[in-house]
Design a protein around this ligand. Structure first.
Ligand code: FRU
Length: 539
């Protein structure tokens, strides 16, 4: 146990021990952010799914609370699965969740707080008429789960919500209407369907403003609004989103760009990140995204460690500049963990160079780097023949091209026997123009066998006049990397054996053959978050 203890993260939320998966029903109530999550009280692998509960004043420091729901009824005895909260105008909280029944049928159930005046929402009541929804005709009994937060429908007092499913191999989002959250009617047609994408888990559906920089409440609609649809694909455990237009009256959402459709287009995160869900934070008028960061080591290692899986909140906004991407960014509260003034440096990097950046503890960092690429070289790429670059098939940061890779190396030991490069690589796109890729290379991240060693990543739009910029949150065994203000995001799980705690180092590098880059670096050491249990009477 002690051997693996350094892999435990310092500021990402995780249970004290044992397995967690999806974040559930995030909400803000009477001064507290509430996070519920899929949890196995008995083991560090999936099973006995129960709702864990934690609260925070700032989304960074957390208090563990007792479970809110355990699998104890015929309609959820095989698991209290994923669900979402809807807050009604009068303050009532409707929590709809999927139950796996005694017969392994997926049904939807209602729960609500026993006492709304309790800021901690410690006690929850399962509605006596549960289940409130069973799989409709034509839908498989194991293909009906994860209800969303509801939004207001066209008629007064009417609410709509969507539930993911599949018909044949087509992923679909079914829409139900309700006025009381106990009886529901399936609407004709579906919100959206994409052939070949399989079962849609954890559908998320929400408005984003095309004009303002604040987030929107789930029911918000009107001019200057687009709607995001996100599906988590059970078949490959990837989540995909698309931006589109929602026609409330017709019960239809249409993607802006059919090539970037939900289930086939952009991913929220190109690394280890799944089953995310957003909620509207009325305190700061923002939409906050939570995802589950699973483990990529072996099940036996997880059992030895005795805990698994963590997640971090991000704000999510429409990217006005591209019109195609969302922008994800760590919630600003993370900055409260920054210790002192940042280390600020400018480093000129010739082709094939690497430079150590001295920091006291490189295992817990917030890093911002922007790179200026030699303009003449950038022009030269148009003549280069490197078409069809992709992070995952590139062979990683050791493969050199004219204009890449260049970036940072995190969680490395002094001798670079363990290292994880996060980098840009500029190649020639199919249209003959420069195309930037953002990659995270785990191939040399650990000397331990049996841990994930992929190269993650995707392309990222870099617009005229923009520098190549990245922000990284380094937390022992997790690195979250955001390119171009959050247009492309990669979450890595890293299991170092040497590059741990004080032995971890940070470098900048330029492995391009044909260009110099100038890196402007800002580094903040981060302190650990306070994530703990406590005697309830102390509050
Ligand atoms: C996604 C998921 C959901 C389900 C839950 C069960 O990771 O499979 O579809 O409700 O996890 O734990």
């Amino acid at each position: 146990n002690a051997m693996l203890s350094w892999q435990r993260t310092a500021y990402h939320f995780q249970p004290q021990k044992n397995w967690m998966n999806d974040p559930n029903g995030p909400l803000y109530h009477k001064g507290w952010y509430h996070l519920f999550y899929q949890y196995n009280p008995d083991s560090a692998i999936w099973g006995n799914i129960t709702w864990g509960h934690a609260v925070s004043k700032d989304l960074i420091h957390w208090l563990y609370l007792p479970f809110v729901m355990v699998p104890d009824q015929w309609y959820d005895i095989n698991g209290v699965w994923t669900g979402s909260a809807t807050i009604l105008p009068d303050g009532q909280i409707m929590m709809l969740y999927t139950g796996d029944t005694d017969d392994y049928v997926q049904v939807q159930n209602l729960a609500y707080p026993a006492n709304l005046s309790d800021p901690l929402l410690l006690d929850w009541v399962k509605y006596k008429g549960n289940p409130v929804l069973v799989p409709p005709p034509g839908i498989g009994v194991k293909d009906f789960r994860d209800p969303t937060t509801a939004w207001t429908g066209p008629q007064n007092g009417q609410w709509l919500l969507t539930i993911g499913s599949k018909i044949g191999k087509t992923g679909v989002a079914l829409v139900y209407e309700t006025s009381n959250f106990t009886s529901f009617k399936l609407l004709d047609g579906v919100l959206h369907a994409v052939p070949g994408t399989g079962m849609w888990e954890c559908v998320d559906f929400y408005p984003v403003s095309t004009k303002k920089t604040n987030g929107l409440d789930t029911s918000y609609n009107g001019p200057g609004v687009k709607h995001v649809l996100k599906a988590s694909l059970d078949d490959n455990k990837q989540d995909h989103y698309a931006i589109g237009t929602y026609d409330l009256a017709k019960n239809k959402w249409t993607p802006d760009n059919p090539e970037l459709d939900c289930g086939i287009g952009l991913r929220l995160d190109y690394g280890k990140y799944y089953a995310p869900k957003t909620f509207y934070d009325p305190k700061k008028e923002r939409r906050v995204l939570w995802g589950w960061i699973g483990e990529t080591d072996s099940e036996s290692a997880d059992l030895q460690k005795g805990w698994a899986s963590v997640s971090i909140p991000r704000t999510v906004l429409y990217d006005k500049k591209t019109g195609t991407h969302l922008l994800q960014w760590p919630v600003e509260e993370i900055e409260s963990l920054r210790v002192g003034d940042p280390i600020v440096k400018q480093v000129d990097l010739q082709p094939g160079s690497i430079e150590l950046l001295r920091v006291d503890s490189a295992a817990e960092l917030d890093i911002e780097v922007s790179f200026e690429v030699d303009k003449v070289a950038l022009q030269g790429i148009i003549e280069a023949d490197h078409v069809g670059f992709s992070c995952s098939t590139s062979g990683g940061a050791a493969s050199r091209g004219i204009l890449g890779p260049f970036g940072v190396i995190v969680i490395a030991d002094q001798t670079l026997s363990e290292l994880t490069p996060v980098y840009f690589y500029i190649s020639k796109g199919a249209d003959g123009r420069a195309e930037t890729h953002f990659c995270a290379d785990q191939t040399r991240s650990s000397e331990a066998p049996g841990v994930g060693k992929q190269v993650y990543g995707s392309s990222v739009p870099v617009l005229d006049g923009e520098k190549h910029s990245m922000r990284l949150l380094v937390d022992h065994s997790i690195v979250e990397s955001f390119a171009q203000g959050g247009r492309t995001v990669i979450t890595s799980r890293i299991y170092p054996t040497k590059a741990v705690n004080g032995a971890a180092r940070l470098f900048v590098f330029n492995n391009a053959t044909g260009a110099s880059v100038t890196a402007s670096v800002k580094i903040w050491p981060l302190e650990s978050a306070n994530i703990r249990s406590f005697p309830l009477q102390d509050l």
